[in-house]
Design a protein around this ligand. Structure first.
Ligand SMILES: [Zn+2]
Length: 134
């Protein structure tokens, strides 16, 4: 048995102090990842602690150059918080050297395409990573 539900609005703040460099970097057009100095694991988005060996001895690495699209998904639904999107959008994962970066496609891209990453604010003022063809 169910009773009729109500639509609820939920807003949460995500603590980012330990990875503040990543968010500041986006504002400067830079994308950072972290590498574990103990075991070499790579993280993008960056992690302040290694989820492989649990070390907190991490090194910040700027990710750049040309990446290759490994996978993508085209979204035709607009979940809560993304109603501002009017058209289907594509989110992709591209490999930049040892790092995999997730980003929003600025144009039609396909698996195997070479892309460059750039940063920009979305319509709500949140900084994101975007891909465009190289
Ligand atoms: Zn590690």
């Amino acid at each position: 048995m169910f009773i009729e539900g109500r639509e609820l609005t939920f807003k949460h703040n995500i603590p980012v102090t330990s990875v503040e460099k990543y968010w500041k970097g986006l504002e400067e057009g830079k994308i950072y990842g972290t590498t574990c100095k103990n075991c070499g694991a790579k993280f993008s988005p960056p992690q302040a602690d290694c989820s492989v060996c649990y070390s907190s001895d991490m090194e910040w690495v700027e990710i750049g150059g040309e990446g290759e699209v490994e996978c993508l998904t085209e979204q035709h639904s607009f979940p809560a918080g993304f109603e501002f999107l009017k058209e289907p959008y594509t989110i992709a994962v591209a490999r930049f050297g040892d790092f995999r970066v997730i980003g929003w496609a600025r144009e039609k891209i396909s698996v195997g395409d070479k892309v460059v990453a750039e940063t920009d604010k979305d319509e709500t003022g949140v900084w994101k990573v975007y891909f465009k063809k190289a």
